[in-house]
Write a protein of this length. Structure first.
Length: 95
């Protein structure tokens, strides 16, 4: 789609640590991701602030959302309630 000049966005989680345990890994990416702003999401339990980092790869606009407490790593050892909290916060960002 991007190749035919359609706007394409990908929104994903920016984990605090990647699978290798490295932090701040997005800053090293050659796409040149930049922090642009914070987004605050309110749930029944609390308010969550996520940092938005943007970049462009092959005409696709990438937005990564970062919150170390909610998204510490790709495979945290959490219970179902915490996983549901992650999903609900991520989904509410899109509203």
């Amino acid at each position: 789609m991007a190749a035919i000049n359609e706007d394409v966005y990908l929104i994903a989680v920016y984990y605090d640590k990647n699978r290798k345990g490295e932090g701040d890994y997005l800053a090293k990416d050659p796409a040149g991701f930049k922090y642009v702003k914070n987004i605050t999401v309110k749930t029944d339990e609390a308010s969550h602030t996520l940092g938005a980092h943007v970049g462009v790869v092959n005409k696709v606009k990438l937005v990564f959302l970062h919150n170390a407490g909610l998204f510490p790593s790709p495979y945290p050892d959490w219970n179902a309630a915490m996983t549901l909290r992650q999903i609900s916060v991520f989904c509410k960002v899109h509203n």
